[in-house]
Design a protein around this ligand. Structure first.
Ligand code: ATP
Ligand code: MG
Length: 380
């Protein structure tokens, strides 16, 4: 694999896929990492689209490319993620965001058509929203869809530990990104804001912000730059203005929570009633929290088997171990009287749960559930 021919590489890829299909993920992973480290990865990656080399100039990044490091500590200033390492599955957002991202991708896919009209697609994009709402995943996915490597700069490591050398590091990082065809990701912008709260760092933060402004300007015509932050209000307004696109990622609503639950459940095909209940109970939660809940669900399946599972027990268990992640209202419901809970679900405004569904959820039969519902109604 030191310098594999196309045929050799294809064979190894086929072997890797066969191992995955036969349930030997460990060996498959070993092969995948050999493939990743081999030369010629970029050319080999199945082209999800081809941004032609003339419309996006620059050298091609390969796994052998030296990543710039901090001069004092030798810590890498960025991590590179290649398109083949990126999950193809699209993150899930509401229709407005999905459409906006789709149009951004379409513009990037046809740079030449835009060039004929002497326009360019937006090249700077700021994504902001609560932690765990899928911002990093979205940025990574965009790079994958554009078939470009992602150069991930962690601003926290770039700034915090190297006071005094941050501006130089920022310059080094940008020249690296400008030299290659890639998407530059500035994740966790907030780390700059943290610096600002420290009165001793006033000079430093000024230098860093200036370095960022200059470099963002110089990158304007080169390639796509994505910035991510949890605290947009703390961003310097001059930095904020530099971004052509400012995309707020909200917490998922009920419909998206259901889609997320389904996506995270794979390969398990959980009963629809279970998925619906998980989505219903996670009001106000983020994608990351739903992912954690689904993991708990899968663990209890692994131990209990599908016929023994009481979804409400699973949920109580999760809510106890992750008390900050579930709304107080839903917690009060699931830890309260079981009959009242069933009645609340049966009469829920945003999607009623039928007796059959409640039976599926509690692992009891329908007549038991009907009795519990009747008793709860009587108490009302
Ligand atoms: N809308 C979504 N679609 C798909 N997956 C999601 C979504 N939101 C969150 N996730 C999942 O939650 C996890 C965390 O997502 P991610 O790291 O992108 O969040 P983030 O917004 O960058 O959070 P932070 O601000 O803490 O860095 C990932 O495993 C991701 O798959
Ligand atoms: Mg993130």
């Amino acid at each position: 694999m030191a310098s594999p021919s196309v045929a050799v590489r294809r064979q190894v890829e086929r072997l890797r896929d066969a191992l995955i299909a036969e349930g030997d993920p460990k060996q498959a992973k070993a092969l995948a990492s050999i493939l990743d480290n081999a030369e010629g990865v970029q050319e080999m990656a199945p082209s999800r689209l081809t941004i032609s080399k003339t419309s996006l100039p620059g050298e091609t990044l390969s796994p052998n490319t030296q990543v710039p490091v901090d001069r004092e500590t030798s810590t890498p200033l960025a991590e590179i993620i290649f398109p083949r390492q990126i999950n193809d599955q699209a993150p899930l957002f509401g229709p407005a965001i999905t459409a906006a991202i789709k149009s951004l991708l379409e513009e990037w896919r046809d740079l030449e058509a835009l060039a004929r009209y002497d326009v360019a697609p937006p090249k700077t994009c700021l994504i902001y929203g609560a932690p765990g709402t899928g911002k990093t995943r979205l940025a990574t996915w965009i790079a994958g869809q554009l078939d470009l490597p992602l150069v991930v700069a962690r601003l926290d490591s770039l700034v915090s530990s190297f006071l005094g050398t941050s501006s130089r590091n920022i310059g080094t990082l940008f020249s690296f990104a400008n030299r290659y065809r890639c998407v530059l990701l500035l994740d966790e912008f907030d780390s700059l804001a943290k610096l600002r709260d420290d009165p001793q760092e006033v000079g430093e933060i000024k230098r860093v912000v200036n370095a960022l402004l200059q470099n963002l300007d110089s990158r304007k015509d080169v390639g796509l730059t994505i910035g991510i932050t949890n605290h947009p209000q703390l961003l310097d307004s001059a930095v904020w203005r530099r971004f052509e696109i400012q995309l707020e990622v909200p917490r998922p609503d009920l419909a998206i929570r259901q889609d997320l639950t389904r996506q995270f459940m794979a390969p398990i095909d959980a009963p629809a009633a279970h998925q619906r209940l998980l989505a219903w109970l996670t009001e106000g939660a983020t994608g990351a929290e739903i992912e954690a809940l689904v993991r708990t669900y899968k663990r209890s399946l692994a131990f209990g088997g599908p016929e023994k599972i009481d979804l409400l027990d699973v949920f109580r268990h999760f809510a106890t171990l992750h008390s900050g992640r579930i709304s107080d209202e839903k917690k009060a419901l699931v830890f309260g009287n079981q009959g009242e809970l069933l009645l609340a679900l049966h009469e829920a405004q945003d999607g009623k749960f039928s007796t059959a569904e409640l039976a599926e959820i509690t692992g009891r039969d329908k007549s038991t559930v009907s009795r519990q519902l009747a008793a709860a109604r009587e108490k009302d």
